[in-house]
Design a protein around this ligand. Structure first.
Ligand code: MN
Length: 292
């Protein structure tokens, strides 16, 4: 087994707003050697670094919009998000929870700060990922998984005894995470006390990356600071994260989907024809209905 080396460490790019509720740094795709193919099946990653939102009676967020051909996964670190979609899926996720929405053949959805959070205001921190689907599932039925923090699997790590891996999807140390996925992938948060460490092992050919959500860590021999993104080479199997302060690290690894990617706006398909079809279907109301 060989170490998996870091290919690049990226500081958070200039933030931009998605609607008025999500102030995000887009790590994937980025202009810096990180495109959808390089990180496939993780084809988009918006990181809302910790940001204070003032109280408001009108919840901030992003209104009704479509998706087709992939899954949207939202991980809440601070604050609360409410979600509704045209297939009837929906709910509220709070700190530590995950919503896993399979858009597949198509949904309309809207994503807002939850009402009581909006009224009180507060710190807000999220990751939204787009997880690609293989061609044979792109037109399957939409699905919604609400993954409460208490349903994630926990692997306690050696050291202080207070550090653990919180498993959302895939495998760690013989445990299997609660999220159902269409291709083999791993998603976890390592919640580490200062001085503790964790080792991760994945197939060399996987797309593997991490985000330091809280604190500062050393990955292999390199320092990776809060809010930074780290992409690993597609060789070697093993890396180690050591916490230099109390830290939370989102770790992603997945088998690349070896198919062409045709992406435009909210649609990610395999060909240009399928993108045109998605726009036609959307314009003809085939994504269902959802009130503003
Ligand atoms: Mn969306």
């Amino acid at each position: 087994m060989n170490p998996k080396q870091i290919e690049l460490i990226m500081a958070p790019p200039e933030p931009h707003f998605v609607g008025d509720g999500f102030r995000v740094h887009t790590f994937i795709p980025s202009s810096y050697r990180v495109d959808m193919h390089r990180t496939n099946p993780f084809i988009m990653m918006d990181y809302n670094s910790k940001h204070y939102f003032a109280p408001t009676d009108t919840p901030r967020g992003v209104g009704v919009h479509p998706h087709r051909g992939f899954e949207t996964v939202t991980i809440a670190y601070k604050g609360k998000v409410a979600h509704h979609d045209s297939s009837g899926g929906g709910g509220v996720i709070a700190e530590g929870d995950v919503q896993w929405m399979t858009a597949a053949s198509g949904v309309l959805h809207k994503e807002y700060h939850e009402e009581s959070f909006s009224k009180e205001g507060g710190e807000f921190q999220m990751v939204q990922l787009w997880v690609n689907l293989p061609a044979k599932y792109k037109m399957s039925a939409p699905k919604y998984q609400a993954i409460a923090n208490e349903n994630m699997k926990r692997a306690v790590l050696p050291g202080s005894g207070e550090s653990y891996v919180e498993l959302i999807a895939g495998e760690f140390d013989g445990l299997i995470g609660p999220a159902q996925t269409f291709t083999p992938l791993h998603m976890s948060n390592s919640k580490l006390k200062r001085g503790d460490s964790v080792g991760y092992q994945f197939p060399a050919s996987n797309s593997t990356c991490l985000v330091v959500v809280e604190g500062n860590v050393t990955v292999n021999e390199e320092s990776v600071r809060q809010d930074h993104f780290c992409l690993f080479e597609r060789k070697g199997e093993y890396f180690k994260i050591q916490a230099e302060s109390d830290a939370v690290v989102l770790v992603l690894s997945g088998e690349p989907i070896a198919e062409p990617i045709a992406a435009h706006g909210p649609f990610v398909m395999n060909s240009r024809e399928e993108i045109v079809q998605a726009f036609n279907d959307f314009n003809q109301g085939k994504f269902g209905t959802l009130a503003d």
